[in-house]
Ligand binder design. Structure first.
Ligand SMILES: NC(=O)c1ccc[n+]([C@@H]2O[C@H](COP(=O)([O-])OP(=O)(O)OC[C@H]3O[C@@H](n4cnc5c(N)ncnc54)[C@H](O)[C@@H]3O)[C@@H](O)[C@H]2O)c1
Length: 464
């Protein structure tokens, strides 16, 4: 019987509160948050109330928290991308084992400092590469490693960010601006770069990259579009990015789920898109429908702290998520391709773009003895293997439960981290040292894209 892990949370935002906080509330015998650092008072108070954290253990910043007593064994660092290094270094030095959100840091030097500090202090430091913990990519890795595909010759992996997710996170939202957060190839694709090297058990030797910001620019704004959608936009009925369509009707979200889920769930999502009043009325009789009709999760949880219809509408009038997508201060790419040569000789491409109709990752792997095709979407996932000689086709359903975050990766990663704190081995957990490689690939891809050149990974490895 394991002892209860006592933990501190640094940054009670979407990941900290809604993912790790929610896990702790659902598994009170495994982990308990006993102190929190969060400058936003509403978030701090809400998290403290949910986790019954006494006032003396609530802090406005990580500095204040870490200066005080030692509160337990583990620290969860869930601040924004550019605020990862300082609190993580301080937490390691204060004696905590740390689970750090991705990207581990936004410069190669800071990434190295983190990996070094974990080893110097003898603490455990893991990076949240959730895809490694999804049934989908676990199965794909197992298939590749089994040898059924033979020698791997070529891989093409697509990260299809849906058009409205792109608008939400990378045009209007937290990851829109490179100077304020990170290049998109790091922010969005460090998971994909990591999963490619982890599945292939290989590393990248050199790469090139092209891409840019093509669509979300002022010159593409509809004629007469104001700064905020609600200020009488003439394209309100036709623009897909019209903020009330995305955040008040939530139509793209319901469609996304309806496209990928099955049976009753699909029918409810379709009904919610077309006749929300009906779903609301039926919720009185069927409480399970309230999860949909009274939905308060991502992305609206980011738009307003308490995302009631009134608060959402208010936030759209003058808040960042109500801005015209063509009049934002965004500069991150909306499409990028990286072409890589792996040490084992395989050619690998990663295509990331923000204009997909539905969210999801596609993978196509050509081996000397067989081919693998796979899709990993919001509501489901599958892998198909075709063996050349026998023509045998095997299909795997790799879906996780509809309510499992990141295709089941979030909860499994948490379980593995807690296991590691109890001394259990979890090869899928990525230490800071192991995560260096995927992060360096992202920096190299950005160098290649901006400089229009082929970059050798050794140059980056030598630099750190
Ligand atoms: N693993 C994944 O798949 C995944 C998915 C989404 C986001 N992320 C990453 O998780 C991190 C957090 O993202 P998020 O969406 O939760 O962001 P968020 O903005 O919702 O949360 C960050 C929180 O940190 C708080 N904060 C700021 N300064 C602080 C300080 N000095 N001390 C303590 N807290 C402070 C902010 O007030 C905010 O509440 C980001 O780095 C993001 O890239 C990872």
């Amino acid at each position: 019987m394991h002892h209860l892990i006592q933990a501190i949370l640094i940054g009670a935002g979407q990941r900290g509160a809604d993912v790790y906080g929610a896990y702790a509330l659902a598994h009170p015998d495994e982990v308990r948050f006993v102190a929190v650092a969060e400058p936003n008072p509403e978030r701090r108070v809400r998290f403290a109330a949910q986790h019954k954290i006494p006032p003396q253990n609530q802090f406005e910043s990580w500095e204040a928290l870490l200066e005080k007593a030692h509160y337990g064994q583990a620290a969860f660092v869930c601040t924004q991308d550019q605020q990862h290094t300082a609190p993580t270094l301080a937490a390691l030095r204060a004696g905590y084992d740390v689970l750090l959100e991705k990207p581990m840091a936004t410069t190669a030097d800071e990434c190295r400092q983190l990996a070094d500090a974990a080893e110097e202090t003898g603490r455990q430091l893991y990076i949240c590469h959730v895809l490694r913990f999804t049934p989908h990519f676990m199965k794909m890795r197992e298939i590749i490693q089994s040898g059924v595909l033979g020698e791997i010759i070529n891989v093409s992996h697509r990260e299809n960010v849906s058009w409205w997710h792109m608008a939400h996170s990378f045009v209007r939202g937290n990851w829109r601006n490179t100077a304020e957060s990170a290049p998109m190839i790091l922010a969005k694709c460090c998971h994909d770069l990591d999963i490619l090297i982890w599945m292939l058990d290989d590393r990248c030797e050199s790469l090139s990259s092209v891409g840019g910001l093509k669509h979300f620019r002022a010159e593409n704004a509809p004629a007469g579009a104001p700064q905020f959608c609600l200020d009488g936009c003439p394209a309100a009925e036709t623009c897909p990015y019209y903020a009330p369509f995305i955040y008040e009707d939530l139509a793209p979200l319901w469609r996304g789920y309806a496209d990928t889920s099955k049976g009753f769930a699909r029918a409810v999502m379709r009904a919610q898109e077309r006749a929300p009043g009906l779903v609301q009325a039926l919720s009185a009789l069927m409480p399970t429908l309230r999860q949909v009709s009274a939905y308060q999760g991502w992305p609206i949880s980011v738009v307003a702290q308490n995302p009631t219809p009134e608060n959402i509408h208010e936030a759209l009038k003058s808040g960042p998520y109500g801005r015209c997508v063509y009049h934002c201060d965004n500069d991150v790419v909306d499409h990028q391709v990286a072409a890589m040569r792996f040490a084992g000789g395989a050619s690998v491409t990663l295509t990331m773009h923000g204009h997909s109709h539905a969210e999801g990752r596609y993978t196509l792997i050509q081996g000397a003895r067989g081919e693998l095709r796979a899709e990993f979407g919001y509501g489901g996932a599958w892998i198909e293997v075709n063996e050349h000689r026998s023509d045998l086709r095997t299909r795997y359903d790799t879906s996780a439960g509809a309510d499992e975050g990141h295709g089941g990766g979030d909860a499994r990663l948490m379980r593995a981290f807690i296991g590691a704190l109890h001394g259990e081995d979890s090869p899928a957990l990525s230490t800071a040292r192991r995560s260096l490689e995927s992060h360096l690939m992202a920096f190299a891809a950005e160098e290649a894209r901006l400089g229009e050149k082929v970059v050798r990974m050794d140059n980056w490895r030598l630099m750190i």
